[in-house]
Ligand binder design. Structure first.
Ligand code: IPE
Ligand code: IPE
Ligand code: MG
Length: 255
């Protein structure tokens, strides 16, 4: 598939930005230096994403399970996110980027929560890209909340997706399904990220550490995605075409 085939582009890309600590440790630096370098990678990827046809980008910035880390590291990460959302706001407005956060807000420092809410308000008309930060985010916790919103019968899949949006604090609009899920730094697990939305996501694992990630690594992931055959449980166009009317009508029985 040529890389210019726009229709085959992943429109919703989600990234588990991992490897900041290892990046710093390898340089003899404190872990927070890795998170700081990671924030620069976020800038590069946000800049590149709309040019590559990505319409929705969800970045895992802080997992609810990351509260298990030392308080100083947690404070450092929150300070970096706050600085990012404050500094990026003007550029995001100019470039049509809508910034949102998903996850619990009640445990965030007041200054971070206020910065997020201000940036969300100022960027809400952005149409080129929706950039979501998952902060104090746990997919399982979100599913539990959505289940209690949905009620006993849960409703249809579509209705449940809206309950999930309510749980995320985004009533009336739902997170699109993930087309391409990227995890950096070599681990091959989901770590409680977007479990519902990634039901049919193509997954790209790369050994690149997050602070080293940028447009080139994103393009590599996109090219990998473009080689995939997504069938969502059905048949590929090739397999469907290979069935002659005769073979499809034949009833096959096990010997
Ligand atoms: C990911 O990098 C960033 C966050 C979890 C906030 P890590 O901090 O997990 O980096 P490693 O996995 O220790 O290298
Ligand atoms: C996942 O990375 C969370 C984020 C990237 C924010 P972790 O480094 O926390 O995940 P595990 O511990 O390797 O599963
Ligand atoms: Mg990690």
């Amino acid at each position: 598939m040529p890389s210019t085939c726009y229709e085959h582009r992943p429109l919703h890309v989600a990234i588990i930005m991992d490897g900041n600590g290892r990046w710093a440790t390898r340089r003899g630096l404190p872990r927070i230096a890795g998170h700081s370098a990671g924030a620069e990678a976020v800038e590069r990827v946000v800049e590149a994403a709309p040019k590559l046809g990505i319409r929705s980008l969800t970045l895992f910035a802080f997992a609810s399970d990351n509260w298990k880390r030392p308080p100083a590291e947690v404070r450092g990460i929150f300070a970096l996110v706050e600085r990012f959302v404050k500094r990026a706001v003007t550029q995001c407005v100019e470039e049509g980027i809508e910034v949102r956060a998903v996850g619990r807000r009640d445990r965030l420092p007041d200054a971070l929560r206020a910065a997020i809410e201000e940036t969300e308000a100022l960027t809400r008309n952005g149409k080129r890209l929706t950039l979501r930060f998952a902060i104090d985010y746990s997919s399982r916790d979100a599913l539990v909340s959505a289940a209690s919103i949905a009620g006993a019968d849960g409703g249809s899949r579509e209705a449940f997706a809206y309950s999930l949006a309510m749980a995320y604090g985004e009533p009336g609009r739902r997170l699109p399904d993930v087309d391409l899920l990227i995890r950096t730094a070599g681990e091959q697990r989901l770590s409680d990220f977007l479990l519902w939305e990634s039901a049919y996501a193509e997954i790209h694992f790369t050994r690149v550490l997050w602070p080293d990630f940028g447009e080139a690594a994103l393009r590599t992931a996109m090219l990998d995605f473009e080689q995939r055959h997504r069938t969502f449980g059905g048949l590929s166009a090739y397999d469907a075409a290979a069935q002659t009317p005769l073979t499809t009508e034949l009833e096959w029985r096990p010997a």
